[in-house]
Design a protein around this ligand. Structure first.
Ligand SMILES: Nc1nc2c(ncn2[C@@H]2O[C@H](COP(=O)(O)OP(=O)(O)O)[C@@H](O)[C@H]2O)c(=O)[nH]1
Ligand SMILES: [Mg+2]
Length: 303
């Protein structure tokens, strides 16, 4: 039966993800009954870890290594991978699937590719709902992969407990551009492809930026990895755990939840906007030569 948390959890425990997959689809499609199901969820504190960075940085390869380590440790891992829905990216989606192929049939691993529907280049609009379901279904770690182009890395930071920004040594120019934004969202920086020249210099450069920007709560850790050879993964996991521990203060958790609450409230308010009605009134208002947009929208406030 759809929307039956007990059955979903029993399935997940056995490595049968069919009901979970169907429920996630229903959440995405905002099917009837979804809200009362969500209201009854009992999420654990399983960490939601955002993995973001430019295309080709090695996010999927890193995720594959993390899964390997955690599954080895008897843990259950869920991955939500947000692929740009553009058909131009289909090659990349295929690439991800091949790289993570080993995990697709593993009973401890659930992987789901999502379209970034809803926002331009952003995150799928049901991310908070889906990650909360995964937290309630018995997973120990929830990984969210997003391509860091534009807004999506900021959104993933609002969703994730720990945000890992993956960069490669040759990203020098890119990081200059994204500098300020990245500093705000990154809890951990991973310089992947450390087998390439200049990795150490680049990591030092980021370290310097971190020291200039750190907050009193948390100073982002900078790590080097070679995802294809599983090098640096133990250190990455230790850093994720260190950050998780740091998060356990009420203040930090509250801030994350406040962000999510606001997103959900805004999403609900948007639903109540009657575009047809606004258009009708606009047609009339525009016939007036003294149209003023502020005066026009006032009638819709606090309706
Ligand atoms: N040399 C090298 N190549 C890597 C490393 N990690 C990933 N790659 C390769 O980089 C390419 C892109 O990796 P992928 O994980 O799909 O990147 P994503 O787009 O960020 O998910 C693939 O061909 C990987 O095999 C690494 O540490 N060193
Ligand atoms: Mg990928």
């Amino acid at each position: 039966m759809l929307f039956d948390l007990k059955n979903i959890t029993t399935g997940v425990a056995k490595g049968d993800f069919l009901l979970l997959a169907k429920s996630l689809t229903s959440i995405e499609n905002k099917k009837e009954g979804v809200n009362s199901f969500l209201e009854r969820l009992i999420p654990t504190n399983a960490p939601i870890i955002g993995i973001t960075g430019p295309p080709g940085a090695g996010k999927s390869t890193l995720i594959s290594s993390l899964i390997g380590a955690w599954v080895n440790d008897g843990k259950k891992v869920a991955v939500l991978s947000v692929d740009p829905s553009s058909p131009f990216h289909q090659g990349a989606i295929l690439g991800d699937r091949i790289r993570m192929r080993d995990w697709y049939l593993n009973p401890h691993v659930f992987i789901r590719s999502l379209a970034s529907r809803g926002h331009l280049g952003g995150l799928n609009s049901s991310m908070i709902e889906m990650t909360t379901l995964l937290q309630s279904a018995g997973f120990d770690y929830i990984l969210v992969e997003t391509v860091g182009v534009g807004q999506s890395e900021v959104e993933v930071a609002a969703l994730a407990d720990t945000t890992v920004v993956v960069l490669v040594p040759e990203a020098g120019d890119e990081i200059q551009m994204m500098k300020a934004g990245l500093m705000e969202i990154a809890d951990l920086f991973v310089v992947n492809k450390a087998d390439r020249p200049d990795a150490a210099t680049f990591a030092n450069h980021i370290q310097q930026m971190v020291m200039d920007n750190h907050t009193i709560h948390w100073s982002p850790i900078v790590l080097k990895t070679i995802a294809t050879q599983n090098i640096g993964i133990t250190e990455l996991i230790a850093a994720i755990h260190a950050h998780q521990e740091n998060l356990q203060t009420v203040q930090r958790k509250k801030k994350l939840m406040l962000n999510k609450a606001i997103q959900l409230i805004v999403a609900d308010k948007i639903k109540s906007i009657d575009e047809r009605l606004i258009e009708e009134k606009l047609t009339i208002a525009l016939a007036n030569s003294h149209f003023n947009i502020f005066e026009f929208v006032k009638q819709f406030f606090n309706a």
